[in-house]
Design a binder for this molecule. Structure first.
Ligand SMILES: [Zn+2]
Length: 71
């Protein structure tokens, strides 16, 4: 099991993802803007269908092919 960092502990755990935040310049925990659709769906979804907000700085990432679920 992965430890959830403090900044992400208030978010909905079902929506947590690992994303690359361009503002923070590193991999962070982000929160998906809707319920997690499943790994395959998320990977093949068109860009801009999903957004994931960086829980450190608020940047919204749209490059969904780079994401994977936080567990
Ligand atoms: Zn960030």
């Amino acid at each position: 099991m992965t430890v959830t960092p403090k900044y992400a502990q208030r978010a909905n755990p079902d929506r947590l993802l690992h994303i690359l935040c361009r503002d923070c310049g590193k991999n962070v925990i982000g929160e998906l803007d809707q319920d997690y659709p499943g790994k395959e769906e998320l990977k093949k979804a068109e860009m801009f269908k999903y957004g994931a907000k960086c829980l450190r700085c608020g940047y919204v990432a749209r490059d969904n092919y780079n994401w994977y679920r936080h567990r």
